[in-house]
Design a protein around this ligand. Structure first.
Ligand SMILES: Nc1ncnc2c1ncn2[C@@H]1O[C@H](COP(=O)(O)OP(=O)(O)OP(=O)(O)O)[C@@H](O)[C@H]1O
Length: 642
């Protein structure tokens, strides 16, 4: 007999969380299977979060010990994926927590553990207390937990800090305490920003200056703002990273203490040069990278380091790489870690813009500039990006007419909206990306040479997945992301996945893992049997086995059907001829597809999906399992898009 859980009715967030727990297929009367990191995965996590753990230990643990040392409580830290990284406090209580697996390396996301403070705070992105009976799983109801997310200065959620106590009602005070612990850690992270030299505390009352609730601005040695907390943002109103502190606080801001009459604020400035500015900056660069961005491939790391050097200097950056290597994600990270992070990142998909709209989208237009124009006019993407980043994705697809006008913007840093003769100055960092060979496009007269040189301030190429030294690590990472319960990957399968050529790169691997993990639900090991047929066939047989549906597997630079004629991917398949009969016997039969039928099958599949989705490109791309960009290219080749 199924017993219907009694949904808590008083608090919406709690009722929502219980609903999610039920939706995840959990039962309140059954301890769920735990998702636990193995020793090497845990070691990697500890390395990655070394700095966060150290800052919790130095900035949150002392206050916790002071206030909670004699209670049956523990302080826990989890990462943003819900894995417990460390815990501190009474050890007797730790044994009891281990019984319900509130233990290092165990995942406490709601989907695995039902309503609980760590998982619910991560989902709600806010501080929550889950007291006794409010836990979804009955066995967890002996404890009361309060958790608060920790955000990086770039606004990324890094993890959750949590106090868990036995048989103790957590009150509003506990919630305040945990929020304050998270705030202490966030302030420490702020002080570790690269180039930080001064810390300026701001408050309306002098006694608030050291309250933990003051505004904090971090500045470099030239007095430029490198970061601030939300309270400082509120107090200084328009302040931006990169602005000079003097602009807001006058020329006396670097004195140890003072009062700004204009803003009615008390100030306290201190120098952050401990132990030595140079080594600290080097340390903080490294450590902050470890928190948010860390690459385990030398080529990618080099691209990251080089890109970061030009990103502050208004030198245009050109990001190259095959489809699905993560160019867009890379640009998002660059923005999030740049001095322009509090300004917009405006992305323009040049492949998706109809030729006749490119100019008005980019440059904007005046009211009534053309038939169908919005009555109020449009500011345009370039001016929207003022102060921040303009990301021109798929730049190789931009029509020639728009290329000329873009060139003018890049040269003069001015925009003239369509139908207007007024020009507007813009301050933008331009980043363009493409999977195409732009030099070849230039040689063929499809891309303006002068624009190419303008965009090509610095070129970075992101490696294809098959070239990456960390491919095995990525396979494990994506398996961890999608697996539903603890599960290993069969070593033979892992070996084959590592050697596969991955023409769709990270996107293809991510999609594959998602599907394979669903197929493998309930199994201890991910094996061949869980792979979609097209991949199992490719891995087993190599040559000329392409699933027509998986159009992204085709070489994007060739017209449809070309690679089937040349056998380009498969001829170089590392596994060709290496698979034994025993292996192939367990696999679906291989279908060698002739180029003509392949050609037709692709056309027909794309067309069918496009029609079924009523021409909705996003839905259709999702249905086909390919990117929107890849679909746009296909539709263009098929004459279905301009
Ligand atoms: N660092 C990463 N780790 C895991 N998966 C990633 C990573 N970066 C990207 N991906 C996966 O790859 C997909 C494609 O990423 P992204 O859109 O950045 O690639 P792209 O190179 O811009 O592709 P395209 O050229 O087709 O526009 C993402 O949606 C995600 O599933």
């Amino acid at each position: 007999m199924t017993v219907k859980p009694h949904l808590p009715s008083t608090q919406t967030w709690l009722a929502d969380s219980w609903q999610r727990s039920i939706g995840a297929g959990l039962s309140e009367f059954q301890l769920p299977q735990e998702l636990r990191l193995d020793a090497s995965e845990l070691k990697q996590k500890h390395e990655q979060y070394q700095m966060l753990i150290a800052l919790v230990q130095s900035h949150a643990l002392p206050l916790f010990n002071q206030l909670m040392a004699h209670s049956n409580s523990r302080l826990l830290l989890s990462d943003a994926e819900g894995y417990v990284l460390r815990h501190w406090g009474v050890s007797r209580y730790s044994t009891k927590l281990a019984d319900v697996a509130l233990d290092i390396g165990v995942n406490w996301l709601e989907q695995h553990k039902g309503t609980n403070a760590i998982g619910t705070a991560l989902t709600a992105k806010q501080a929550v207390s889950v007291v006794g009976e409010q836990h979804f799983i009955r066995q967890n109801r002996f404890m009361s937990c309060t958790a608060c997310p920790i955000f990086s200065p770039q606004g990324e959620m890094l993890g959750v800090i949590d106090i868990t106590s036995e048989q103790q009602r957590h009150t509003q005070q506990t919630l305040m305490l945990v929020s304050s612990l998270a705030q202490q850690v966030e302030t420490a992270l702020l002080c570790h920003l690269p180039d930080s030299h001064y810390r300026i505390d701001l408050a309306a009352q002098p006694n608030l200056l050291s309250s933990g609730w003051q505004g904090i601005v971090i500045a470099d040695s030239d007095g430029r703002i490198v970061g601030y907390n939300p309270m400082a943002k509120q107090l200084l109103n328009q302040a931006k990273v990169g602005d000079s502190v003097e602009q807001y606080l006058g020329d006396n801001w670097s004195r140890a203490g003072g009062f700004n009459q204009h803003l009615d604020l008390h100030l306290q400035t201190q120098s952050l040069n401990i132990p030595s500015a140079k080594s600290r900056v080097a340390m903080s660069n490294k450590s902050l990278n470890q928190l948010g961005v860390r690459f385990h491939d030398p080529q990618l790391e080099r691209a990251w380091q080089h890109a970061n050097k030009v990103i502050t200097k208004q030198i245009p950056l050109l990001v190259l790489g095959e489809t699905g290597v993560g160019k867009e994600q890379f640009v998002k990270k660059l923005h999030a870690h740049s001095v322009r992070r509090s300004e917009p990142l405006v992305a323009v998909n040049c492949a998706a813009l109809p030729a006749e709209l490119v100019e008005s989208e980019l440059f904007g237009y005046q009211a009534g500039a053309f038939t169908g124009a919005n009555r109020t006019g449009f500011i345009g993407k370039i001016r929207q990006a003022h102060g921040g980043f303009l990301f021109l994705d798929e730049i190789g697809e931009m029509p020639l007419a728009a290329q000329s006008r873009l060139l003018r913007v890049l040269q003069e840093r001015e925009v003239v909206p369509v139908g207007s003769n007024q020009s507007f100055k813009v301050d933008i960092q331009i980043i363009a990306a493409t999977h195409m060979d732009l030099e070849q496009q230039v040689a063929q007269g499809l891309f303006r040479q002068d624009l190419f040189y303008r965009l090509n301030g610095l070129q970075v190429r992101l490696p294809a997945l098959r070239e990456r030294q960390d491919i095995e690590r990525i396979i494990h990472k994506l398996h961890r992301k999608h697996r539903i319960a603890p599960q290993a990957i069969c070593p033979e399968l892992l070996g084959l996945l590592v050697q596969h050529d991955w023409p769709g790169n990270l996107r293809e691997l991510d999609n594959l893992m998602q599907v394979a993990c669903l197929m493998a639900e309930g199994d201890d090991t991910l094996t061949w049997q869980h792979l979609p047929d097209y991949l199992a066939q490719k891995l087993a047989a190599g040559p000329l086995t392409v699933d027509p549906l998986n159009t992204q597997l085709l070489n994007e630079k060739q017209p449809l059907g070309e690679e089937a004629k040349t056998g380009q991917h498969s001829a170089s398949h590392p596994l060709a001829g290496k698979v034994t009969r025993d292996n192939t016997a367990t696999l679906p039969t291989t279908t060698a597809v002739q180029s003509d039928s392949l050609h037709e099958a692709i056309y027909s599949n794309v067309l069918q999906a496009y029609q079924a989705c009523n021409g909705n490109v996003s839905q259709c791309a999702k249905r086909l399992g390919i990117s929107r960009n890849a679909l746009y290219r296909r539709l263009k080749q098929m004459g279905l898009k301009g």
